[in-house]
Ligand binder design. Structure first.
Ligand SMILES: [Zn+2]
Length: 500
């Protein structure tokens, strides 16, 4: 364990102005986030702030500091239960008694969490929409750590990524992903940058803390050469594709493609296999009716109609569908998804995804939870429970894999707590035949979703896992947990020397 002085040397703290305790102006960005405007959401927002102020005062701390504590996290889920009914396992005592909350948090600290869906942006990025998303998440009170914290582009870059993923959350291993664009400057990260960041992290940690995607872009100029380059020189842990073509600049998307395009894409799968890559990650969903209206020609590439045949034709590959093809985000509303579910028992296109194994007789289709917890569980908890139930029933819980889309919505800890505390309500289990997740935060099913399934997919060995317990990142985090929180000069702008 590092002493505070050593910690200060490892992580030169940068002071920054104290964050405004007043929530920032609502930033509604339809592109990225439903604006939190339902009655229920307003109630929740009021409730979490009221509860936070009350409990913070009792502890003699500011609300913002309180929200950074384990009790503050418990308070947020308590407020959810107060507004939506009891979906999360949390007690008032936990929110009011820091010792009790800390004890629980400590007991869960070592849980193996492998997040295969994390982002940061290149230093020269021009993409600013995610700032608004983080601000909206803070404004809504979904991620208590973002409440009242002003957001800047710096929060989306590597040093803050390191802090939020590896220090502010219980995540043990993370995959660095990205998104392509017809505009080269608008790739979140180039494939080179992803591989370099992985190398840097793993070198500093001395263990396999980071994995990296390489993006493949069928139809783009010279795309197959880029595939060869990635496979030969960058050695990604898996490949990732956007069938929508260009998700960031949809108006420029000229090369949408299908997973089951034999002529265009199958030759690439062949090369993946030859290079020892068996996991193909695919961005799907996030295409609500409002977006369809603007880009009707991209609809056919956003749902999962092309997954079944590809999976059947390529049993040696695993098709991991990101966001589990959940349609109702990126400008959609959770209440629309909830209305659809109540009416039909289905959720587009999560249900369509879940039906593939039975329809096609395949076992190699997986659902990633990237941001699902942000869009459903914390805004309409029963909708989140339905998503989990549908995936578990159709794909099997051993085919549901952890991803958070951090840092778009801040440190992933609130999403981790979401799954730890979630259970599918009994009436839904009965009515729809959903299998329970288990009440315990580390039930076998939750452990599988958090880490075991991804470990299996990516050959993350027990030896590699054991090495994490004492590596350099573990030491830094232990010091951070012990000394970091209370130190105002360590609060922001953590400059992560290990990677800087
Ligand atoms: Zn993502």
């Amino acid at each position: 364990m590092l002493t505070p002085e050593e910690l200060a040397r490892v992580l030169p703290a940068e002071t920054s102005s104290f964050p405004s305790p007043v929530p920032t102006q609502i930033v509604s960005n339809d592109e990225y986030m439903p604006s939190p405007q339902t009655e229920k959401q307003k109630q929740y927002e009021a409730r979490v702030k009221e509860l936070g102020s009350e409990l913070a005062r009792k502890q003699g701390m500011t609300r913002r500091t309180f929200f950074k504590s384990a009790s503050g996290m418990a308070a947020a889920y308590l407020a959810m239960n107060d507004v939506y009914g009891p979906v999360f396992s949390v007690s008032r005592a936990e929110a009011a008694t820091p010792e009790m909350a800390d004890e629980r948090a400590n007991a869960l600290k070592s849980q193996f969490i492998m997040d295969m869906h994390t982002h940061f942006l290149r230093d020269d990025t021009r993409i600013t929409g995610f700032i608004a998303q983080r601000a909206a998440v803070g404004k809504a009170g979904w991620n208590p750590a973002l409440v009242g914290k002003e957001q800047t582009i710096d929060e989306l870059k590597f040093p803050n990524y390191f802090k939020e993923v590896f220090l502010d959350s219980d995540t043990k291993v993370a995959c660095i992903t990205g998104a392509p664009s017809e505009v080269p400057a608008d790739w979140f990260l180039t494939n080179e940058m992803k591989a370099q960041a992985r190398a840097k992290i793993n070198k500093e940690a001395g263990t396999r803390r980071a994995l990296a995607h390489a993006i493949f872009t069928p139809g783009y100029d010279g795309w197959m050469e880029q595939v060869d380059h990635a496979l030969n020189d960058l050695k990604p842990d898996s490949m990732k594709g956007y069938t929508i073509g260009d998700n960031t600049n949809k108006h420029l998307s000229k090369h949408p493609w299908r997973l089951d395009d034999e002529k265009l894409v199958y030759p690439a799968y062949e090369r993946f296999l030859k290079a020892g890559i068996k996991n193909v990650c695919i961005h799907k969903g996030l295409f609500p009716p409002a977006v369809e209206e603007k880009f009707p020609h991209l609809l056919a590439y956003s749902d999962v109609r092309d997954v079944g045949k590809a999976a059947k034709d390529w049993p040696q590959l695993n098709f991991i569908v990101y966001h589990s093809a959940y349609r109702w985000a990126g400008g959609g509303k959770p209440e629309d998804a909830w209305a659809q579910f109540q009416k039909t028992g289905r959720i587009e296109w999560v249900s369509d995804l879940a039906e593939i194994p039975e329809k096609y007789g395949v076992k190699n289709v997986y659902g990633d939870l990237g941001q699902i917890f942000a869009w459903t569980v914390v805004s309409e908890p029963r909708l989140g429970a339905a998503v989990m139930g549908i995936l578990g029933k159709g794909l099997g819980y051993d085919h549901v894999v952890w991803g958070t889309d951090a840092v778009w919505t801040g440190a992933p800890q609130w999403q981790i707590e979401g799954l730890r505390r979630l259970e599918i309500p009994e009436d839904m289990q009965k009515k729809y035949g959903y299998k329970p997740l288990g009440q315990a935060a580390n039930s076998p099913i939750k452990n599988a979703i958090f880490g075991e399934n991804n470990a299996r997919l990516y050959n993350y060995t027990p030896k590699q896992r054991a090495e994490l317990v004492n590596d350099r990142y573990a030491q830094i985090k232990a010091s951070y947990d012990k000394y970091g929180e209370g130190r105002s000069n360590l609060r922001y702008g953590y400059v992560a020397k290990p990677v800087g």
